[in-house]
Design a protein around this ligand. Structure first.
Ligand code: TRP
Length: 456
């Protein structure tokens, strides 16, 4: 049997760390701050927190249950649990397609981080005028070769780690780097808040301007929340299949969600004050952190050049590793599928993914430069892919996952999974509430929010 061969994570800490490793990544550090900037600051944060607790957490639980119950890859999980129902067999393919699409443009941003790491290694920012450090990004991103090369380098490293196997590859990586990144973000936050002009940024994050609230805010906030928790695309299903039968999934899921939320909000507070201090437009573009963080390092470098140099190196290194653990989880979905379905060896599956997704990523990278003029539905290739994935495909897939658990799986099975076969009395007590969220609240909210995408 294929399922017997699947590896298991060590213990609870290992599960949370691996899931947090997948969840915490560029979504928190890069994507969240610019989404906040594009969608009105504090208002976005409020909707984001609400949708994480009321919608994403149930979806997260649903995905872990699907994975753990079926004990297989994301695509086959639906097929197996629905006893090969044709609809769910087909739907399962989406869980393979989405991570492949995301991994392709995700590694473009990973590549930008790599470039900024190299720049930091030459202490580039600490000796620069702060304005120059923040405008550097524009010329880098619009050039042709360097961003493409960096993207391919980042992606090759990711795929290389996946080729090394689940345990050795993923667990070790996430253990060391998350605490380091956490501490650095807090340090940068403290410094960034102390910059002249930073107060406006703090106000922007703390005082909701309700006139900024539009139906679209909900769609973007929920999409961001799914993206950040690695939901709606089989990553958590795949991780769930490695989770021990006795594990308390309420604890691991809530733990992961809280960590993830904290990271995103801290990153927002580290970056936005600097954005205002530097006079950067908060809704600028996906480059927001690559403009604001170098500004911070240049400012710091004016008085403390060595410290600034070292912090910038460790910061970008940590961002890259955090990005890589997430990217690994994206790639792992496709690889796991190709291995179990197409019976490819791990290495061959990895090579195939590298060729396919790496190629799409090249187009995304070029869409900031030579292909900037190529617009589809008014969006450049990168933006279009990100929008289609986060605001459409993720929502569809998250809906399918949560509806599957709420409506297709028998209530008894869901109860067994949620309580790990009656092992946890607290889970037993709150089950009716969780089941209500799974069956009614989350699916209906996702459907309504999905359609708001098209109303405006
Ligand atoms: N959650 C990751 C981040 O915040 C990105 C990610 C990894 C992801 N795996 C995923 C997003 C699966 C969606 C689905 O950076």
């Amino acid at each position: 049997m294929v399922s017997k061969k699947r590896e298991h994570f060590g213990g609870r800490v290992a599960v949370i760390l691996a899931m947090a490793g997948s969840a915490i990544g560029l979504g928190n550090i890069w994507r969240f701050p610019y989404m906040v900037g594009e969608h009105g600051g504090a208002v976005f944060i409020i909707i984001y927190v609400l949708s994480t607790l009321l919608i994403s957490l149930p979806v997260f639980l649903a995905e872990v249950m699907i994975g753990r119950r079926s004990h297989t890859n994301a695509r086959d999980a639906f097929a197996r649990l629905s006893r090969q129902h044709p609809f769910w067999k087909t739907a399962g393919y989406l869980t393979i397609l989405i991570p492949m699409l995301i991994s392709s443009y995700y590694s473009v941003i990973g590549g930008w981080s790599l470039e900024y790491l190299f720049k930091s290694c030459g202490f580039a920012f600490s000796g620069m005028a702060p304005e120059a450090a923040s405008t550097l990004f524009g010329s880098f991103v619009s050039s042709t070769w360097t961003p493409v090369l960096m993207h391919l380098l980042f992606f090759a490293a990711t795929v290389g780690i996946v080729a090394g196997g689940v345990r050795s590859g993923i667990e070790k990586f996430s253990k060391i780097i998350l605490p380091v990144l956490f501490v650095l973000i807090v340090l940068i936050l403290i410094y960034s808040v102390s910059l002249p002009g930073a107060g406006a940024g703090v106000r922007y994050l703390m005082h909701p301007d309700w006139s900024q609230l539009t139906p679209r805010t909900f769609a973007y906030a929920m999409g961001q929340s799914f993206f950040s928790l690695s939901l709606g695309m089989g990553a958590i299903i795949t991780y769930g299949s490695y989770v021990n039968k006795k594990e308390n999934i309420l604890v691991t899921s809530t733990g992961t969600a809280v960590f993830d939320l904290l990271f995103a909000i801290l990153a927002g507070f580290a970056i936005m004050p600097a954005v205002f201090a530097a006079g950067i437009e908060p809704g600028a573009c996906p480059g927001l952190i690559f403009q604001s963080i170098p500004y911070v390092f240049a400012k710091m470098g004016a008085t403390l050049p060595v410290l600034s140099g070292i912090v910038s190196i460790v910061f970008f290194l940590a961002v890259i590793v955090a990005a890589m653990t997430s990217s690994i989880s994206l790639v792992e979905v496709g690889v796991s599928f190709l291995m179990e379905r197409a019976r490819l060896s791990r290495v061959k599956a990895c090579l195939l993914i590298f060729a396919l997704c790496g190629g799409v990523g090249v187009l995304c990278s070029l869409s900031f430069g030579p292909l900037a003029g190529v617009k589809i539905a008014g969006m450049a290739i990168f933006d279009l892919l990100d929008w289609v994935c986060s605001n459409i495909l993720l929502l569809v897939m998250a809906l399918l996952a949560v509806a599957f658990v709420g409506w297709i799986l028998p209530r008894r099975v869901v109860h067994d999974e949620f309580t790990s076969h009656q092992l946890y009395p607290f889970n037993d007590r709150i089950f009716p509430l969780v089941y209500f969220l799974l069956k009614w609240v989350a699916p209906i909210a996702v459907v309504i929010i999905f359609f708001t995408n098209f109303i405006l």
